[in-house]
Ligand binder design. Structure first.
Ligand code: MN
Length: 137
């Protein structure tokens, strides 16, 4: 089984792009477009990693991250903040909120799978990173 990634994104085109990309790279993708959905699906599916859009309508990605960190069932999940504003202050705030790393928009389709694999480092509650096609993991 593939590692499972929860993609939190409120833009349909971005969601489609990232989901397709991750699926091609052998990941199982779960999609959420709001904070409530993200919290619910994180508890339900226990993803190995969350790609967290910071700019959402309603609850922001940092608020969701903070909430996930408070819950013992979701506190350990790796979270990568995704944002167009990748200034020093934004990075600092994302790390303070409990994010493990940072991905800038627009998404670099070559870099993203590499960054995700690095953060998962071969560990997954659901299987090997990159899926069964990767013999080096
Ligand atoms: Mn957004």
């Amino acid at each position: 089984m593939a590692a499972r990634i929860l993609v939190v994104e409120d833009n349909k085109l971005n969601m489609q792009l990232v989901s397709d990309l991750l699926t091609v790279h052998g990941y199982e993708v779960v999609q959420a477009s709001t904070g409530d959905q993200a919290l619910q699906l994180a508890r339900l599916h226990r993803p190995d990693l969350i790609l967290m859009d910071i700019s959402l309508k309603g609850m922001t990605g940092l608020e969701i991250t903070h909430e996930l960190r408070q819950n013992p069932h979701t506190a350990h999940i790796r979270i990568l903040a995704v944002t167009a504003y990748a200034g020093e202050e934004d990075r600092r705030r994302a790390l303070l909120a409990g994010c493990d790393g940072f991905v800038s928009k627009p998404i670099d389709t070559r870099q993203l799978p590499r960054i995700i694999a690095e953060h998962l480092k071969g560990e997954s509650a659901h299987g090997r990173v990159g899926g069964p096609a990767d013999p080096h993991r």
